[in-house]
Design a protein around this ligand. Structure first.
Ligand code: FAD
Length: 391
């Protein structure tokens, strides 16, 4: 019989979900539990730039690398730079997050770390088991963030997909006053297409050519568009800047994507739990707030299976928007343009954070073209029923 090492909890995957869960377990958890953290690489990776506008969920404000107090929106018929109070727009680099979190977690004697390939997760005798290239481990619970959401198992199977270039220019050209949330004035392809810009300094910024759509583009296409945008918007020829880092993302935007557990012993966390907000792809804040809830459940002796963080009506709003993007993209563009033109940006952010009350939501919907939503209510009626009938 093979030797199995036992733990109270195993965290399978040490990305932002795994590390933040470990952080909450150490600082707010039931205490004195043996924890194993397993990942194929325990090194910090500079491959993701996480942004969000409410810092309430993150463990420590010192994790924030950049912040802006204003956001820019550009469409064909509207351009605005708006203040965000009471929010800010915050940015965390994945490598600095990893370094800061692990330097705290490595001090905990309750945590073991193993760098290994995870081959399988199953359950036996009411224990969760992790099968890896370094042996088998078992625990009361495994919290896993290694299995991606199966996007194509959903009818609304969109993705937020992008390639980003972080560039450095010879001369300062960027306005650091505001990050650009969406520049929708770029040529539209399938779905919704926009440029997203984070100006870190006058001479350093990240440009992400982004789509909300079903099909990925060849890598060269995203990069050609970034090159062209730098020329058109900033008059930057290729020899005027250096690409210092590239970033690629494919984030699920699906109907009814929340899946909190594989079974009662194997709990999903982070992106694997379907925590990407369906209509925006933002996942970082919800990962932290949901992890904190998981730890509260453990502490109170309950099964650590969290509720869907989205109230039912917000799941329904997301489904309507995804349906319109997938089946009526021209209407979707008109909706985005009208949304930004007729509503204050802070109200939109509050709505996207699912913090609005119903009166505020009616006001927002009233400002938008109505017909596409009526069509979507009919077309997506089965998905809406699922959203309203699930937990
Ligand atoms: C480039 C990019 C930018 C993003 N930007 C934002 C943003 O601005 N705001 C926002 O809210 N969300 C953003 N997201 C979405 C979301 O926040 C991220 O995807 C986030 O990294 C999800 O964290 P996670 O821990 O769930 O998954 P991951 O960070 O992917 O972590 C999973 C971990 O599991 C490990 N692993 C996987 N398979 C195995 C295996 N077989 N064996 C061992 N280890 C394994 C991996 O090495 C990894 O460390 C972004 C996503 C991407 C890809």
């Amino acid at each position: 019989m093979t030797n199995v090492q036992s733990y109270d909890y195993i965290i399978a995957g040490a990305g932002c979900a795994g590390l933040s869960l470990a952080w909450f377990l150490v600082h707010e958890g039931p205490g004195n539990r043996k924890i194993l953290i397993a990942d194929q690489s325990l090194q910090a990776r500079d491959d993701k730039t996480w942004c969000f506008w409410s810092s309430a969920g993150i463990p420590d404000a010192a994790l924030i690398d950049h912040e802006w107090q204003k956001l820019e929106i550009r469409t064909d018929n509207h351009h605005g730079i708006s203040g965000l109070t009471p929010y800010g727009y915050y940015c965390v680099q994945s490598d600095s997050y990893h370094r800061k979190m692990t330097s705290v977690l490595r001090e905990s004697t309750n945590i073991d770390w193993v760098e290994c390939r995870i081959d399988d997760i199953d359950t036996q005798n009411n224990r969760a088991r992790l099968h890896t290239s370094k042996g088998t481990f078992d625990a009361d619970y495994i919290f896993q963030s290694i299995r991606p959401v199966d996007i194509d198992a959903h009818e609304l199977n969109l993705k937020q997909h992008f390639i980003g270039w972080e560039i450095r220019t010879e001369k300062p050209v960027f306005n650091t006053e505001a990050a650009c949330f969406m520049d929708l004035s770029v040529k539209q392809r399938e779905g919704i297409t926009f440029m997203y810009i984070l100006p870190y300094s006058g001479s350093q910024a990240i440009f992400e050519y982004t789509l909300f759509s079903e099909h990925l583009l060849p890598a060269e296409t995203y990069e050609t568009e970034i090159r062209q945008y730098l020329k058109d918007r900033f008059n930057l020829d290729e020899d005027a800047y250096t690409v210092i880092r590239k970033e690629r993302g494919i984030i699920p935007m699906v109907d009814n994507g929340f899946m909190p557990a594989q079974n009662e012993r194997v709990i999903n966390i982070g992106a694997s739990a379907g925590l990407a907000k369906a209509s925006t792809g933002y996942t970082f804040t919800r990962t932290h707030t949901t992890n904190r809830k998981i730890v509260q459940l453990l502490k109170s002796g309950q099964p650590p299976v969290p509720q869907n963080p989205s109230p039912r009506r917000f799941r329904a709003y997301d489904i309507l928007l995804l349906y319109i993007i997938k089946y009526h993209p021209a209407s979707a563009l008109e909706i985005f343009e009208t949304l930004f033109k007729k509503n204050r940006l802070v109200n939109i952010l509050k709505f996207l954070s699912e913090e609005t009350h119903i009166g505020e939501e009616i006001k927002i919907f009233w400002s938008l073209p109505h017909r596409p939503f009526f069509k979507a209510i009919y077309g997506a009626r089965r998905l809406l029923l699922t959203a309203f009938s699930s937990r």
